[in-house]
Design a protein around this ligand. Structure first.
Ligand code: AMP
Ligand code: TRP
Length: 332
C-alpha cells in the first residue's frame, strides 16, 4: 500500500525556538518513517514582510540546518525551499481565481496583520492562505502537521480543494490537520505573555541556537509567583508552562519530585528553574552544535535542498499537468 502524503512548512522569518521544535519539528521526525513526507521552508511566504535580500539565503539555510539537526532525515523526506518549486506559484494562481476577496479579508491572521502593520497591507498577505493551500494541494497531501494557530488556514485549503473539484473535476483530497502526539503542544513565552514566537519577546523565547549561558539566564528570569498557598492548588498557566518544559526535557523522576513539592506547598521555584535550565542545556546543546556544523557546510545544505527540490518537483509536475488538463489548458 502506498504511504499517506504529508506536507508542512515553516517560514524562514527567524531563529527556530522550542515552540517550533515541540509544536512542529518533533512531529515531523516521528512521521518520517511512516508517511510520504514533504517538508519545506516557506520562503515565498516570508516575503510578505519584506526581509532584506541579503538575509534570505542564510535564513533558509538555517531553517534547513536546524530541522536536520533536530532529527529530520533528508534521505527519508523531501526537504526543500518553496521557491525551488515553480509549480507551487502556478497552482497558487489557479486557486486565486477560486478564492473570494471577502473570505480572505475575514481571516483572523490577516486582520491581525492589518492591525499591527497598517503601512504594509499587501495582497500577498491577503492571499497568504491561497499560497498555503497551493503548498499542500500540489502534492495532494491528506495530512498536515501544524499547530492550532493554522487550523483556519487548513479549513480554507479544504474549501479551495472542494471548489476546484466541483468546478473542474475531482483532483484534490481535502487535507486535514494532523498531530502525531494527539495533544497539540503550545509553548508559552517565559514571561507568561502569549506563545513563544520567532519575533515577539526574544528574552522569553528559547531558540535552538541559544548558547548555554543564554539558556540559563532566560530560564532563571522566567516568570513565577509566591507559590501555592494550599495543597494541590491549580497551577497558573506560566507555572504550567515551566512544568511542561520540564516534562519535555527532564526525567520522569525529576518531574514527579517537583510536582509533589508543588502539591505539598514546599516548592522552591529557584530550584525548579535551576534544574530546568540544566535539562534544557543538555537538550538544546547537541541540536545547536549539529546545526552550527551544518551551517558551515554549504555544500551539504545545497545538496539537501537540490535533492529535496527534485523530489518535490516530480510530485508537483504531475499534479499541475492534471490541473491544467482539467481547467482546459492543454492546447498542443
Ligand atoms: P511559524 O514559526 O509560525 O512559522 O510556525 C511553524 C510551526 O511551529 C507551525 O506548525 C506552528 O504551529 C508551530 N509553532 C510556532 N510557535 C509555536 C508555539 N509557541 N507552540 C507550539 N507550536 C508552535
Ligand atoms: N503558515 C504556516 C505558519 O505560519 C507555514 C506554512 C506555509 C505551512 N505553507 C504551509 C504549513 C503549508 C503547513 C502547510 O506556520
Amino acid at each position: 500500500m502506498s504511504k499517506e502524503i504529508v506536507v508542512s512548512g515553516i517560514r524562514s522569518t527567524g531563529h527556530l525556538h522550542l515552540g517550533n521544535y515541540f509544536g512542529a519539528i518533533q512531529n515531523y521526525v516521528l512521521m518520517q518513517d511512516t508517511y510520504d513526507c514533504y517538508f519545506f521552508v516557506a520562503d515565498y511566504h516570508s516575503l510578505t514582510t519584506h526581509p532584506d535580500p541579503k538575509d534570505l539565503k542564510a535564513n533558509v539555510f538555517r531553517v534547513v540546518a536546524e530541522n536536520v539537526a533536530s532529527g529530520l532525515d533528508p534521505d527519508k523526506v523531501a526537504l526543500y525551499a518553496q521557491s525551488d518549486v515553480p509549480e507551487i506559484p502556478e497552482l497558487y494562481l489557479m486557486l486565486n481565481m477560486l478564492a473570494y476577496v471577502g473570505e480572505l479579508e475575514k481571516v483572523p491572521t490577516f486582520k491581525e496583520k492589518v492591525r499591527s502593520h497598517p503601512e504594509n497591507v499587501n495582497s500577498g498577505l491577503l492571499t497568504y492562505p491561497v499560497l498555503m493551500a497551493a503548498d499542500i494541494l500540489i502534492h495532494k497531501a491528506v495530512k498536515v502537521p501544524v499547530g492550532k494557530d493554522q487550523e483556519q488556514h487548513l479549513e480554507m485549503a479544504r474549501n479551495f480543494a472542494h471548489r476546484f473539484n466541483t468546478r473542474y473535476g475531482q483532483l484534490f483530497p481535502e487535507p486535514q490537520v494532523f498531530r502525531f502526539n494527539k495533544e497539540a503542544v503550545k509553548i508559552m513565552g517565559l514571561d507568561g505573555i502569549g506563545k513563544m514566537s520567532k519575533s515577539e519577546n526574544v528574552n522569553a523565547t528559547i531558540y535552538l541556537s541559544d548558547d548555554d549561558a543564554t539558556i540559563r539566564k532566560k530560564i532563571m528570569k522566567a516568570k513565577t509567583d509566591q507559590g501555592p498557598s494550599e495543597p494541590n492548588a491549580e497551577m497558573p498557566d506560566f507555572i504550567q508552562n515551566l512544568f511542561l518544559l520540564l516534562q519535555l526535557t527532564a526525567s520522569a523522576d525529576t518531574v514527579t519530585t517537583f510536582k509533589d513539592a508543588y502539591n505539598n506547598c514546599n516548592i522552591r521555584y529557584g530550584d525548579l528553574k535551576k534544574q530546568l535550565a540544566e535539562d534544557m542545556v543538555t537538550f538544546v546543546k547537541p541540536i545547536r552544535e549539529h546545526a552550527t556544523d551544518l551551517q558551515r557546510d554549504e555544500t551539504r545544505l545545497r545538496k539537501i535542498l537540490k535533492e529535496g527540490a527534485e523530489k518535490a518537483r516530480e510530485s508537483s509536475r504531475k499534479t499541475i499537468e492534471e490541473a491544467r488538463k482539467l481547467i482546459g489548458i492543454n492546447y498542443y
